[in-house]
Write a protein that binds this ligand. Structure first.
Ligand SMILES: [Zn+2]
Length: 315
């Protein structure tokens, strides 16, 4: 496909390859965006093989190196956003990673769509926590989404945001959580770019072998509707109509009036019924490629609606 296109290009005047109509963009999108969960599963496995990836530790740095290497390999530039977080355990150096996929040439948009998830794992001293689902799946998902969307003709720039410090250093209370998203939103407010973020889509714990994603109650209904409608069309029954409220990185964006949605399955158990969330059981055997595929397919299918949302007048 790629080779055919470039050989064709040599014989066409430049104007013929500029493509801005909706039909033309749709054709390019369907040809290009294919989420491959086998690759995402392998990325999860690679991240887990690093071991714990707690914010401020060498494990987190190794995870960043892996993420960066994967995205650079397909020609996506990765930018670091370092900051120092004040935690109950003192100052911790944390780093968000940002990778922007530009809009198609000819597409006009001041706004962008941010799709994010955390890559850090929670600190546990009494057991070795490797966070295959919690921290691994979201980071791996975003890497593969980058590969899938690299050649897609998007109508708005899409930023992939790998958040650090989602997990509490001690207990999830006060400000001991979501350090990365809080810093990101604050930095965007300061540099005047906050208004350009038209929507934020968060993925978290989407690798659960037994995936059931409820509508998250704090999320912006129009964004939830767009995603659940895509799931219905694809017969992805993992997206159910039940609603549940969950505190996560999206709350920092919602507090700044950025429309946001959280795609998360917090109910995470082993086959024999032990709690896998924040436990030694959050390992590869409780994560399934099929779950990553479901969320990948749904999100890719929902992108045109999300782009409509991001480019709607009045924002
Ligand atoms: Zn967690």
């Amino acid at each position: 496909m790629k080779a055919e296109f470039s050989s064709l290009r040599r014989y066409l005047p430049p104007v013929a390859v500029v493509c801005v109509s909706a039909a033309c963009l749709n054709a390019a999108q369907s040809a290009a965006a294919k989420f491959d969960s086998n690759r995402a599963y392998e990325d999860t496995r690679q991240l887990v093989s690093i071991g714990p990836r707690v914010a401020g530790t060498p494990g987190a740095a190794a995870a960043r190196a892996y993420i960066t290497k994967q995205l650079q390999a397909v020609g996506i530039t990765v930018e670091e956003q370092p900051f120092e977080a004040t935690t109950p355990l003192g100052a911790v150096k944390m780093v968000n990673l940002r990778a922007t996929l530009p809009a198609a040439s000819g597409a006009q948009s001041a706004g962008k769509l941010v799709i994010g998830g955390h890559y850090d794992t929670k600190l546990f001293r009494d057991f070795r926590f490797v966070g295959a689902n919690d921290g691994g799946s979201s980071a791996a998902f975003l890497i593969e989404l980058g590969r899938a969307l690299k050649s897609r003709a998007s109508r708005v720039p899409i930023e992939l945001l790998f958040l650090d410090g989602e997990e509490a250093v001690a207990e999830w209370q006060g400000t001991d959580h979501t350090y990365g998203s809080r810093y990101y939103v604050e930095a965007a407010r300061k540099d005047g770019s906050l208004k350009n973020i038209r929507a934020f889509v968060l993925v978290d714990m989407i690798g659960d072998r037994d995936l059931v994603i409820k509508r998250e109650a704090n999320s912006t209904p129009a964004l939830t509707d767009a995603i659940w409608s895509a799931a219905r069309k694809l017969n992805r029954h993992e997206f159910v109509s039940e609603t549940t409220p969950i505190e996560d990185d999206h709350l920092e964006f919602l507090a700044a009036s950025v429309p946001s949605v959280d795609i998360i399955d917090l109910e995470y158990y082993t086959r024999s019924g032990e709690v896998a969330w924040h436990s030694k059981y959050d390992t590869m055997e409780n994560v399934a490629a099929g779950s990553l595929q479901s969320v990948g397919d749904v999100l890719v299918a929902a992108l045109p609606a999300l782009e409509n949302f991001a480019t709607r007048p009045g924002r």
